[in-house]
Design a protein around this ligand. Structure first.
Ligand SMILES: Nc1nc2c(ncn2[C@@H]2O[C@H](COP(=O)(O)OP(=O)(O)OP(=O)(O)O)[C@@H](O)[C@H]2O)c(=O)[nH]1
Ligand SMILES: [Mg+2]
Length: 254
């Protein structure tokens, strides 16, 4: 495959920063589904993650959140959109950037998908089915519904359960899982959801937006693979406390 590197355009988000939009060798797949993959310092795993999604025939938008390890180098030759934040903004901001570009490119369905290799691309099929069958606007992945799989530790399970109740306090929506990066939504949901929480508190903010816009939502059991790599790199207890304070501050100044 001959690699084409085109700096297509520069987009402005909230007037504060810009992201470069680079298209690598883009032969658009025949799909209305765009998978948005936020990425921060995941160079060692990013190619494998992205390749698996590309092979399923979906459009892929990687949002490099100003990584220091040059993931773009690993992605050369893959038919994807590669966006670069010029400063590190956090996962929430990376998702908002990806959603904006996917909508501009005509996406009918949008998926959020972590870069660290924890998700199973085959779960997307089930989520499409669930969304269409139940006429949902958004389907949220859950590690705790019957049929879900993975090797989640008891400590993390406890933390996530506590986060579910905290989400309920902030949003009035009680889910079986919190902070699951795998979500499937239709265009209407993507156009409605506006993320102001740049960092990890965006997961709770999505629920607030679901409620605010009266979006029809459901959960779907998904598989999460915690590797040694992703456990080392993932969210710590300290970060959970940070997320909590982000939410409280947002509530006060909303
Ligand atoms: N930590 C972090 N991740 C980011 C950032 N920007 C984008 N990401 C991406 O967001 C995704 C989720 O990040 P993780 O730190 O694994 O968070 P998580 O999956 O909710 O937490 P774990 O269950 O502990 O893995 C990954 O694909 C990251 O590469 C950022 O500024 N910080
Ligand atoms: Mg992770």
């Amino acid at each position: 495959m001959i690699q084409l590197l085109i700096i297509k355009s520069t987009i402005r988000i909230s007037g504060i920063f810009a992201a470069n939009v680079i298209e690598y060798n883009l032969t658009p797949p025949n799909s209305s589904i765009f998978v948005i993959i936020p990425c921060f310092n995941e160079a060692s795993v990013i190619r494998k993650t992205v390749k698996e999604v590309v092979e399923k025939g979906y459009h892929v938008i990687v949002v490099d959140d100003c990584s220091k390890d040059n993931p773009g180098k690993q992605l050369k030759g893959l038919p994807i959109y590669y966006l670069q934040h010029r400063v590190n903004m956090g996962q929430g901001a990376a998702l908002q950037t990806g959603i904006r570009v996917a909508l501009k490119k005509g996406a009918e369905y949008l998926v959020t998908f972590d870069a660290d290799g924890q998700h199973d691309v085959n779960d997307i099929d089930g989520m499409i089915h669930k969304l269409k069958e139940d006429q949902f606007d958004i389907v949220l992945g859950s590690r705790f519904l019957p049929g879900a799989g993975g090797n989640i530790s008891a400590g993390r399970k406890l933390l996530l359960k506590a986060a579910c109740y905290l989400n309920y306090l902030f949003t009035g929506i009680l889910l079986t899982d919190a902070h699951n990066g795998l979500r499937f939504m239709n265009r209407h949901a993507a156009e409605s959801i506006r993320l102001k929480e740049n960092r990890m508190a965006h997961a709770t903010e999505i629920l607030k937006e679901i409620k605010k816009h009266g979006l029809k939502f459901g959960e779907f059991p998904v598989h999460i693979h915690y590797t040694e790599y992703s456990k080392k790199k993932g969210q710590s207890l300290l970060n959970s406390v940070r997320i909590f304070f982000d939410l409280v501050l947002n509530k006060i100044f909303d």
